[in-house]
Design a protein around this ligand. Structure first.
Ligand code: URA
Length: 216
């Protein structure tokens, strides 16, 4: 049985061929920063398209340059993007490519030195009432940070939340299923597990370091 066979119901692996293609670019240790950012942006566009595929379309009447009375459609629900600092910011441009009118909120988390649990050090959200909130957190390792980020989004009034990840693994997916069973997690890849330092295996290394060119 593979990790994917055991995934919780809240986890959705987006295995579009383009996602598989660009995720392989991210996994490859030889990929340089420019191509890395490009692949991350392309995958995020595809994940976002999937994350809003069930949203309602509101009818809107417009005129085309050729004639009036054309009944078109507009996205029938506002969207909010919520990247988790730092690596989640690497998914923001791709998400804005698709949802150019979204508001953006930010979540900053750090580890409490005594409890070793993630605690929020910064969060600023737009009005979340009635919106689909897309939480951007590329690596779902133990799941503690994403679960805490979703706690903060819910405390700020978010009710319709979807999380977008590049790579997940069973421990993180199980944490999310236990703490937020109402919140789907869309991922580009679901991997085998964690190393002793809680890095995902086979994974892609440290996403933030690779995106932002900081040494690991
Ligand atoms: N964060 C990363 O950037 N990579 C991992 O594998 C786990 C957490």
């Amino acid at each position: 049985m593979t990790a994917s066979d055991m995934q919780p119901a809240t986890l959705i692996v987006v295995d579009h061929p383009l996602v598989v293609h660009y995720l392989t670019v991210l996994r490859d240790r030889r990929t340089e920063v420019r191509e890395y950012r490009d692949a991350s942006r392309r995958i995020t566009r595809l994940l976002v398209a999937e994350a809003v595929a069930d949203l309602p379309v509101a009818p809107v009447e417009i005129e085309t340059p050729m004639e009036g009375g054309f009944m078109g459609g507009r996205l029938g629900k506002p969207t909010v993007l919520a990247p988790v600092l730092r690596a989640g910011v690497g998914m923001l441009d791709g998400a804005l490519d698709v949802l150019g009118e979204s508001s953006v909120g930010y979540v900053g988390l750090q580890r409490d030195p005594e409890t070793v649990q993630p605690v929020g050090y910064y969060s600023k959200f737009p009005d979340l009432a009635g919106a689909r909130v897309l939480v951007l957190e590329p690596m779902l390792a133990t799941g503690g940070s994403l679960a805490k980020a979703v706690d903060l989004v819910k405390e700020a009034g978010g009710e319709d939340i979807v999380c977008l990840c590049m790579v997940t693994c069973p421990p993180g997916a199980e944490t999310m299923a236990r703490r937020h069973p109402d919140t789907p997690v869309l991922t580009a890849g679901h991997d085998r597990g964690l190393d002793p330092n809680s890095y995902i295996l086979p994974g892609l290394g440290d996403m933030g370091d690779r995106l932002f060119g900081t040494p690991h």
